[in-house]
Write a protein that binds this ligand. Structure first.
Ligand code: ATP
Length: 456
């Protein structure tokens, strides 16, 4: 468990709250433990109870003969408060501490059999997500998420970034090609945001210089893959006065190094124990590969690499490229650069040279892959009004979206001296997938949202 503030948390005003992992500090003392009863071993007048809280498990010894029937009537997963004395167990196989029980108070009986003991039905896990999340390795995912977010925030604050909370309801359409959820809004039609980017750019235009936001976004993506959800969390960073997307990649390298080293320190051993993966802190620089080299490296040809949808990298190509980076550079992270401008959103800055020579134009953008999973898209944004206006016209955007939203609210900002800037978004649930070796984004979402999944 990560370090906690030293002041104890009172479970009720007179009871000091102690976690199981801290019991060794209380040997010889009388304590109250709050947790779940998970099982029982019987001897003649003794009962050995297994107790669990979010920090671990411990054995408690109840001495009869009084009250044995009450102890025997306990159902697994009942919430209990056990009062007793902490001591070293008679035998080392029972751990480093045990509790000599004085009294047991049942705070809530669990129905027996528990849904988790019954034959699993299809769909049983999401239905009983509360029980699913009682498993220590499931709780660990969210402890790690908390640490990651806190470390990212600490890193950003240390570099003078300002934290923002942008609106999640917007009138805009899908300016980056991702599909949106529409919702009725006082007689008009609004959407849920699919990226905070517009607002982060607004902050750049306003002179905020460096901003970030860690928050939800919504994508109406009907395609079900283990990496896609319809609601997920993005950590978005946007920065002004950059020279190119190289500045952003350097920032992201530092950010990930810092955040992952904090995770390794606090949770490395638990992650290895529960998930069998070592936390990797990426050495820098992370290798860069240009997309123009990708077809050759994946051995799949252009169609097999970027698919038909105009330059969007196929997942199997992402995996092949990650494998290549591991073999060639010994690195599980990889920046992909050199995306053709027409495969990126219209606001992406284009490289200058080849355009005039009539060659395909490359963009100042990048993706970051880790262990075959795309974590990030980012890039320098076009900040010069006239060029942005040209790029917007060339992009063939829906007229309605352009006229109602993009021209008056987005393009307009670039008439007022907007500094050069750019940014990137890290998909937090995907970062956790790669970090913890999880096969699906369902495992790294507190409560998953996907097509047809909107309960509980
Ligand atoms: P993909 O090609 O994998 O669908 P994308 O290129 O559409 O992703 P971006 O729009 O660049 O993704 O979003 C930034 C980041 O947000 C991605 O790199 C990824 O980490 C995360 N992300 C994107 N779509 C999803 C989704 N549907 N579910 C979970 N995370 C996502």
């Amino acid at each position: 468990m990560p370090p906690r503030p030293t002041a104890p948390v009172a479970a009720h005003p007179t009871v000091e709250r102690i976690f199981i992992c801290d019991l060794p500090e209380h040997i010889g003392k009388r304590i109250h433990l709050h947790g779940w009863f998970t099982g029982l071993r019987r001897a003649r007048t003794l009962r050995f109870l297994q107790l669990r809280d979010r920090s671990g498990t411990v054995q408690a010894v109840y001495r009869g003969p009084e009250g044995l029937e009450d102890v025997d009537a306990l159902t697994p997963e009942s919430a209990v408060r056990v009062t007793g004395t902490v001591r070293e167990p008679a035998e080392a196989r029972f751990g480093t501490v045990e509790i000599e029980v004085e009294s047991i108070e049942v705070l809530a009986f669990a129905e027996a059999p528990s849904p988790s003991d019954r034959q699993p039905e299809p769909g049983a896990r999401p239905r009983h997500r509360d029980l699913d999340l009682r498993r220590p390795e499931r709780f660990l995912v969210f402890e790690v998420q908390t640490t990651l977010e806190a470390a990212m925030r600490q890193f950003a604050l240390g570099r003078d970034f300002v934290e923002l909370h942008s609106p999640k309801i917007t009138s805009g359409g899908s300016e980056s090609g991702a599909t949106v959820f529409e919702l009725p809004y006082f007689g008009e039609s609004a959407c849920l945001v699919q990226s905070a980017q517009f607002y982060m750019q607004l902050a750049m235009a306003a002179g905020f210089d460096r901003v970030f936001e860690i928050g939800p976004v919504f994508r109406n993506e009907p395609g079900v893959t283990p990496r896609h959800a319809t609601e997920f969390t993005i950590a978005h960073f946007e920065m002004s006065w950059i020279e190119s997307h190289e500045d952003l990649m350097a920032l992201e390298e530092e950010l990930l190094r810092y955040a992952l080293s904090v995770v390794a320190d606090l949770h490395g051993a638990a992650i290895e124990r529960h998930f069998g993966v070592a936390v990797e802190v990426p050495p820098t620089p992370i290798p860069r590969i240009s997309l123009s080299e990708a077809p050759e490296l994946t051995g799949e040809g252009v169609e097999g690499t970027v698919g038909e949808s105009g330059g969007r990298l196929l997942h199997r190509a992402e995996q092949a490229l990650s494998k290549y980076a591991q073999e060639r550079y010994g690195h599980s992270f990889l920046f992909l650069t050199g995306y053709p401008a027409d495969s990126r959103p219209f606001y992406t800055m284009r490289e200058a040279g080849p355009r005039d020579a009539g060659l395909p134009v490359s963009s100042r953008s990048f993706d970051l892959l880790w262990r075959g999973i795309e974590l990030t898209s980012g890039g320098q944004r076009e900040h010069r009004h006239d060029r942005l206006a040209d790029q917007m016209s060339e992009a063939g955007l829906e007229e309605d979206v352009r006229e109602r939203y993009l021209e008056p609210y987005f393009l307009e900002m670039f008439r007022h001296g907007c500094p050069p800037h750019g940014g990137f978004g890290i998909g937090l649930n995907r970062l956790l997938m790669a970090l913890l070796g999880q096969p699906s984004i369902r495992e790294t979402s507190f409560v998953f949202r996907g097509p047809g999944v909107f309960v509980p």
